[in-house]
Design a protein around this ligand. Structure first.
Ligand SMILES: Nc1nc2c(ncn2[C@@H]2O[C@H](COP(=O)(O)OP(=O)(O)OP(=O)(O)O)[C@@H](O)[C@H]2O)c(=O)[nH]1
Ligand SMILES: [Mg+2]
Ligand SMILES: [Zn+2]
Length: 317
């Protein structure tokens, strides 16, 4: 190593597939470095769509005082929020070392999609990250009673549900109380207002927000990579790119019920144990619970579609 090269440790705040922004502490405060990966590939990240996510700590080398550096390795993670990227057929890392997942939906514009929410909640559970359900855009008029019923169902199975509007500010103080001091990831389909919520919590950040695609009434994927923003009180929020489909990452179909909270206590209790597909088998405790109203039919439908996806038989929700 040349004399003027130094080894530094930094915190990743922005990450695309091959270029990252890393924050380091210096004698004069904080500095942001533009980083690439040394040798192009990191150890242990061969089957990943992108090797590093905001929230990661990395070791890098740079020429002293340079504004760029080369990443040598990633520190061990406490947890990792990812999704399966179907196009790349690999895990896409969205956020690392997270305290709380903010799982965002809307009652309308884009239309309420509880099955998308189920997938995000599932992924948070797989990662071992606590989650909060957020219904944004409550300022919009909607007459779909299913929305209220389904959101109450999330409360019934034990999730905290917040009703907010990034536009009017309703519910934002309650949200602030839940997130203060934490590293949070915001996840949800494109257009639900992930970036808008961060903008509303911290006016002045001016993160780009998108219009809704008029024809399809869905988001236009305005945010294209995960980026961490910091509120004045130090709370960290990781904005993630909205996607149309969310395929859970890191599990087999037989394990899904272990990560859906009202299903988990029944895991292994079917006559065919963990190999039950919960579709046709006699003595299936999951199907019995659906008939008895203990498990909501929609959540059961989610389970089946997620399993189809994981078995490569999926189609659009
Ligand atoms: N009426 C209303 N509109 C909102 C609210 N929050 C966000 N919007 C609008 O919804 C649209 C999409 O918001 P974004 O913040 O870009 O959504 P996103 O989830 O970041 O979308 P992607 O980056 O594509 O994943 C924008 O036109 C926002 O102005 C809200 O509380 N009420
Ligand atoms: Mg966005
Ligand atoms: Zn079963």
């Amino acid at each position: 190593m040349k004399n003027d090269t130094e080894i530094i440790k930094g915190f990743v705040i922005r990450a695309s597939r091959n270029i990252m922004t890393v924050r380091i502490d210096t004698d004069d405060g904080q500095q942001e470095l533009e980083c690439r990966i040394k040798g192009k590939v990191l150890k242990d990240s061969i089957n990943l769509y992108n090797p590093i996510a905001p929230g990661d700590w990395v070791v890098a080398e740079r020429e002293k005082n340079s504004a760029s550096a080369m990443i040598l390795s990633v520190e061990k993670r406490r947890n990792l929020f990812s999704r399966f990227n179907q196009k790349g057929a690999a895990s896409q890392l969205l956020a690392a070392n997270v305290d709380l997942a903010l799982c965002i939906c809307t009652p309308a514009s884009p239309p309420f999609r509880p099955r998308f929410l189920d997938r995000v909640l599932l992924q948070a559970d797989i990662a071992g990250i606590p989650s909060l359900v957020i219904c944004n855009k409550v300022d919009i008029e909607y007459d779909d009673i299913d929305v209220d019923e389904r959101l109450e169902e999330y409360s019934r199975i034990g999730y905290k549900v917040l009703y907010i509007s990034a536009k009017t500010g309703e519910g934002l103080e309650e949200l602030r109380r839940e997130i203060t001091g934490k590293i949070c990831v915001l996840a949800g389909q494109s257009g639900v207002g992930k970036s808008s919520i961060i903008n509303a919590l911290q006016p002045g950040l001016d993160i780009r927000e998108g219009e809704l695609n008029e024809k399809y009434d869905r988001g236009v994927h305005t945010t294209t990579m995960s980026i961490m923003f910091e509120l004045n009180d130090g709370t960290k929020l990781i904005d993630t790119p909205g996607v149309r489909r969310f395929i859970p990452d890191g599990i087999d179909s037989s394990e899904v019920i272990l990560h859906m909270r009202e299903f988990a206590p029944l895991a292994g209790k079917c006559s065919f144990g963990l190999s039950c597909s919960h579709r046709t088998e006699r003595g299936c405790k999951i199907m019995e619970a659906v008939h008895a109203g203990v498990i909501h039919e929609d959540r059961y439908e989610s389970l089946l579609r997620i399993c189809d996806d994981l078995e490569g038989k999926g189609s659009d929700d």
